[in-house]
Design a protein. Structure first.
Length: 318
């Protein structure tokens, strides 16, 4: 039997891509949107029914993908979970740890995945294998940059939820940095113990942070640096991992993945097949396993971001 997946909200910038993939795979059962006009337009474009009530969409679906503003995540998750439907949700899960924990608890009897697509990247899967094999030895430091030019090029309208702290929870650091936080946590294999951050409204385009950096520290002394920004036109969204036996780097021009163990750089072949978050989510249901990025791991990134934004205004003046 073909699985039926409903799409809740077209608010997120990735929602159109999700709708297209679900339609192409013959999985899209319908669309609900808190913005009726937007939802009807999307439903017409993707040849499915628009549902004016969430429950009506759930009647016609086995699972849902939630792409709403972040402040609506809990409302939708708890409603969907009460109907025993599986859930895939956009990141971040929440901008507070207690909200994230409540959602995960409410959905404990269904498959609940989060759209951390980096975990499905062939490059990062290969990097994790290298780390797990101990090639780099003890990891001392990691760094990742995730950035684009959204603020410089005014991607969002002034009233878009992405640039409203109440609805989004944060700006560039949260929006893009959450990918980096989750990736470093996943690569390390354990959650960080502490964090600190600084944010800036570098462009002045929106009334929210558009540039930020945070540092995480693990119990074994390892550090991880994450930059998330809407203020950069060019650059390398690279990952760097430094261990006592070697170094790993991704994202440099002309190279997919580099490892240096004895003073010489070696290109490492990446042979893992690419999957999408939707593919993995469907497989997790069919195979009765956890998604590669289970929503419970979103609690960690929510906790890090909550702490980071809480202390981002604390600066030691020089």
């Amino acid at each position: 039997m073909v699985m039926r997946i409903g799409l809740i909200s077209m608010a997120h910038v990735h929602a159109e891509g999700y709708a297209s993939e679900l339609e192409k795979r013959g999985l899209l059962s319908g669309i609900y949107d808190e913005d009726e006009k937007r939802g009807k337009n999307a439903a017409e474009k993707h040849n499915v029914k628009f549902f004016s009530e969430v429950d009506s969409l759930l009647d016609s679906s086995d699972a849902v993908l939630i792409a709403s503003p972040t402040n609506l995540h809990r409302i939708y998750v708890e409603r969907v979970a009460s109907r025993h439907k599986h859930i895939l949700i956009e990141k971040p899960l929440a901008f507070r740890r207690d909200e994230a924990e409540a959602m995960v608890k409410s959905a404990s009897e269904v498959k609940f995945g989060i759209c951390f697509s980096s975990r499905l990247s062939p490059v990062y899967i290969t990097a994790k294998r290298i780390l797990n094999e101990g090639v780099l030895g003890h990891v001392n430091f990691m760094r990742i940059r995730v950035a684009h030019s959204a603020a410089l090029d005014k991607w969002f309208a002034p009233d878009n939820w992405f640039v409203d702290r109440v609805r989004s929870g944060g700006g560039g650091l949260l929006d893009l940095g959450v990918h980096g936080v989750d990736l470093l946590y996943w690569l390390k294999g354990e959650p960080p113990a502490s964090t600190a951050a600084l944010t800036s409204n570098a462009s002045g385009t929106y009334g929210i942070d558009d540039e930020g950096a945070l540092i995480m520290k693990w119990r074994d002394g390892a550090l991880g640096e994450v930059e998330g920004a809407w203020t950069q036109r060019a650059g390398f969204n690279s990952l760097e991992v430094y261990g006592n036996l070697g170094t790993l780097v991704t994202g440099l021009p002309g190279h997919t993945l580099l490892v240096n163990r004895k003073g010489e750089w070696e290109d490492v072949a990446v042979t893992v097949a690419q999957k999408t978050v939707i593919e993995d989510f469907v497989e997790s249901i069919e195979q009765n396993r956890e998604p590669v990025a289970p929503a419970k791991d979103g609690i960690i990134s929510a906790a890090v971001m909550e702490a980071a934004y809480s202390n981002s205004g604390t600066e030691l003046k020089l």
